[in-house]
Write a protein that binds this ligand. Structure first.
Ligand code: ADP
Ligand code: MG
Length: 658
């Protein structure tokens, strides 16, 4: 079942990092990015333009300047999204921007400094704190996965031998949208455990890369968290909601330089650029078929030399505002793992109870009390049953030991008889121990299974006191307030522009002329801005078109080269054979060879030699057949034509006369 909500657009926020030391030493020019935090505007200055040229202004849901705190960004722009994930929606946050502008800083930050922890560790805190504070009738299951997309290949970072493992496949299913087949997912019971998962993945990521900086600028990293929550509904049944959170650190958005690269590198650059220009598709794929709340954090650097990239990032972010999503709650999906866990736990518990109850029953028979039926059973707690069962085992052992002792001391019994009875008692004791071991194993399995589920308000010790909770709440309120204020400011700005002519009444013709001239000027300036924008966009298109053409030329050249080789060095019949075996695999977007031997006859790859009609290896005349049967001359034989018997003639040792 899914509840639909009206569509909403991708929330786009922009963050600018401070100038770094190298950039500061480059000159006094300072940054080219200015921000109006109150209005959520970014003003970009073109360092190469004349002062008269108007600056470019972009408006976003929120903007964060060089002084912004990690915490502010989280509280204002991320917290509501995580809250919605905890309520069973899908949520996606991704960082987009040029390499070195703070994507990883925003998503991960510096782990050890609480002030500098990024979105991901803050989300861990948020999720587990929420669970610890929720009501105790809720059960949670939290899972994490970590993967990387490099050259359009998906790699599992939690798979211990991911280095040589095959790339994973992306699949789509109508129930849960796009997913990665066979992706490792780890059940996490605490903040510490999920941090461990993240660390393991980060290390795996660094291991495969020769140059981490270069690698991270070319690959996307996705950390996925699934939160399943089961809660009794009004109908008395347990309902499960599944929230999926995608935390994405995208590859650097800069175009890969293609000048001077060839072969594999050229193809790689072309592929990366292609996958970046298809980012719209990436977003919708990440956002699970657009059913997810989505936040995009576009990161900028303030340095003048990156003006072009910064402008491209801002334009991109501006366009992303228009992407519409339809978030809905995932309620009782078929693939909820929590449901499976609950069923398994219930099954184990039933088994265990049955065992314990049996032991207890036996004990009561031993005690000579008889047993008092089911009513008694139900009133007793689990602990009590367990204790009684243990007691029973102990008593049984003691009794067997006593009986053994008695047998040994019995003077009237034959030695053989004694031996037999003692053996029997031994066996009984062995059975008892085996039984006990099995119970213990079952108990351990049950406890391990149960401990994976987090129960609201229980599993995590919450150290925060009431005051701190109040403080947190106030902080959220303030964040909410700021957000709303900004929205209102933005709305006012838009309305101002629209209603300016309605408010004005003119007392004289002169005044009217003046006012209209002013307005004309304003509109003219706006027109110039838009014209410049159009020109810019055109230029950009021309540039990217030129680049694509260049790539195309280079690829064509390579293709021609390959054709040349084929035509001159490969015999036409060989070429045809190869061509006939080629098929295009649309899933992997690649040409592939069909296997040489059809799949079904794999077991008998060596075909049997056809035999003649009467069963001989080759056609044979009647005469030869008779001759073979007679064992005559070897020329009539179909096989074993040579006789390899030892040559018994004595060696010739006569010396030759010269
Ligand atoms: P990216 O992942 O986009 O390539 P990084 O996150 O690695 O960029 O950031 C590059 C450098 O800039 C790092 O040294 C990081 O610490 C620093 N940095 C980025 N954003 C900020 C910020 N908002 N405040 C302070 N330092 C930042
Ligand atoms: Mg990075």
């Amino acid at each position: 079942m899914s509840k639909t909500k009206s569509s909403e657009s991708v929330k786009v926020v922009v963050r600018c990092r401070p100038l770094n030391r190298k950039e500061e030493s480059n000159g006094p020019a300072g940054g080219i990015v200015q921000m109006d935090l109150r209005l959520g505007q970014v003003i970009l200055r073109n360092p190469r333009a004349s002062a008269s040229e108007p600056q470019k202004t972009f408006t976003f849901d929120a903007v964060y300047d060089a002084n912004s705190k990690q915490r502010d960004l989280y509280d204002e722009s991320v917290r509501p999204l995580i809250d919605s994930v905890l309520a069973g929606f899908n949520g996606t946050i991704f960082a987009y921007g040029q390499t070195g502008t703070g994507k990883t800083y925003t998503m991960q930050g510096a782990w050890l400094d609480p002030e500098k922890r990024g979105v991901i560790p803050n989300a861990f805190d948020h999720i587990f704190t929420h669970i610890s504070r929720s009501q105790s009738d809720k059960q949670y299951l939290v899972r994490a996965s970590y993967l990387e997309i490099y050259l359009e290949e998906v790699r599992d970072l939690l798979d211990p031998n991911h280095g040589n493992a095959r790339a994973l496949e992306l699949r789509e299913n109508p129930e849960s949208g796009v997913y990665v087949r066979d992706l490792t997912s780890c059940v996490c019971k605490s903040i510490k455990e999920i941090e461990e998962v993240m660390n393991v993945g980060n290390q795996a990521r660094a291991v495969g890369a020769t140059d981490m900086n270069e690698h991270s600028s070319r690959s996307h990293a996705l950390f996925l968290i699934t939160v399943e929550c089961s809660q009794p509904g009004p109908d008395g049944r347990k309902h499960i909601r599944v929230g999926r959170l995608n935390l994405v650190d995208l590859a650097g958005s800069e175009r890969q330089a293609k000048t001077g690269v060839q072969g594999e590198r050229l193809k790689e650059a072309a592929k990366i650029n292609l996958s970046l220009s298809a980012l719209g598709n990436v977003i919708s794929a990440l956002a699970d078929g657009r059913s997810s709340h989505t936040v995009m954090v576009a990161t900028l650097g303030p340095a003048p030399q990156h003006y072009d990239e910064t402008l491209t990032t801002l334009r991109y972010a501006n366009r992303a505002k228009n992407i519409q999503n339809q978030p809905r709650v995932n309620e009782d999906p078929k693939d909820a793992l929590l449901r499976e866990f609950q069923l398994e736990i219930a099954r184990l518990r039933a088994q265990l109870n049955h065992r314990k109850w049996r032991s207890k029953q036996k004990k009561e028979q031993v005690d000579g009390e008889g047993w008092e039926g089911d009513g008694d059973e139900e009133t007793e707690g689990e602990e009590e049953v367990e204790k009684e069962a243990e007691e029973y085992v102990k008593l049984q052992e003691q009794r067997l030991e006593r009986e053994k002792q008695d047998i040994r001391e019995d003077q009237f019994m034959l030695a053989e008889e004694k031996q037999r009875l003692l053996g029997e008692k031994e066996r009984m004791m062995g059975d008892l121990r085996k039984e006990q071991e099995a119970t213990e194993q079952l108990t351990a399995k049950y406890k391990a299974m149960e401990s994976k589920l987090l129960v609201g308000g229980k599993n995590i010790i919450d150290h925060t006191n009431e005051q701190q909770k109040m403080l947190e709440m106030k902080r959220h309120e303030i964040a909410e307030q700021t957000r709303r204020e900004r929205e209102i400011q933005q709305q006012m700005l838009v309305q101002d522009d629209e209603t300016v002519e309605l408010k004005e009444t003119f007392t004289s013709l002169q005044q009217e002329v003046e006012a209209k001239t002013k307005k004309l000027k304003k509109l003219y300036a706006k027109l110039q801005c838009i014209k410049a924008e159009i020109q810019d966009v055109n230029d950009e298109h021309v540039r990217s078109r030129q680049e694509l053409e260049q790539t195309q030329n280079e690829l064509t050249r390579e293709l021609k080269f390959k054709y040349l080789i084929i035509e001159n060095f490969i015999p036409p019949e060989e070429k045809n054979k190869i061509m006939n075996r080629l098929t295009f695999d649309p899933e992997e977007d690649q040409w592939k060879f069909q296997p040489l031997v059809p799949a079904e006859s794999k077991s008998s790859q060596m075909k049997k030699r056809p035999s003649s009609a009467v069963g001989y290896k080759r056609p044979i005349s009647q005469y030869a057949r008779v001759a073979i049967a007679m064992g005559a001359h070897s020329r009539y034989r179909a096989e074993n034509i040579m006789f390899l018997e030892l040559d018994m003639t004595p060696p010739n040792t006569a010396t030759l006369d010269p």
